[in-house]
Ligand binder design. Sequence first.
Ligand code: HXC
Length: 260
Amino acid sequence: KQYEYIILSRPAPGVGLVTLNRPKALNALCTPLFKELNEALVDLDADDEIGAVVLTGSNRAFAAGADIKEMKDKTYADVYKNRFLENWSEMTALSKPVIAAVSGYALGGGCELALMCDIILASPTAVFGQPEINLGVIPGGGGTQRLARAIGKSRTMELTLTGRNFSAAEAASWGMVSRVVEEGEGKVVEEAVSMAGVIASKGRLAVQAGKEAVNAAYELTLEEGLKTERRIFHGLFATHDQKEGMSAFAEKRKPTWKHS
Ligand code: HXC
């Protein structure tokens, strides 16, 4: 498949890398870019060779937001009728983990895109923010909801209502990103690829189950969530990989996953 706005590669066994590639607009997320991104992610999710995916931008910008020039003349009728941005969350239905490697600007929709990923690693140069208030709107790609769940009400309210940017260090101290990866061009992508490689080396069914169970924590009550976790855990006893993983431990050898 030929893409205009993204680059696809396989930098390590089991790892798919999607690089946003609209450098002149700082990876502003225009409709055709998001369409390509969704297509690529669905393909990688369905690919048996792939165990985990990394999503990144450039050193200067992960993504500077939704495309403001594309949005500016839209009417209420346009956005309501065409369900503007609804397709953005398609990627949250993927079963394989997606790791965001963020350098530079991750503003507005760019910050929201990172928040839709399962794990976020940030370079010290990362600049996050929900500046929509400065454009006369509010976040529309999940910013108010996912950010509030990630970093709490007071901070989310402050960021949404003032529109101020926040740093990688702040994002890390608030628990929005896993960690800040030391300075150096492209280091955060290397680290994300290496983490994806580790995940891809595990049994795929257990990884899928782990992602599903953690995500349940964001949808369900504690009681329902614990029940869901246990059900999924029980289900894994029907897999070859559970027998293999536990036998290998008892026999003091490395497991060979069959992903079945
Ligand atoms: C369209 C954008 C863009 C965007 C940057 N560009 N961000 N185009 N939509 N979100 C374009 C600029 O117009 C410019 O094009 C080129 O990219 C380079 O940007 P500059 O502004 O010249 O670069 P710089 O001076 O370094 O400033 C970088 C910046 C600034 C601080 C990131 O570009 C900026 O403030 N961008 C907008 C950030 C923002 O408000 N994001 C939220 C968008 S709203 P030309 O043609 O002039 O070279 C949003 C809504 C979400 O995301 C709701 C649902 C998801």
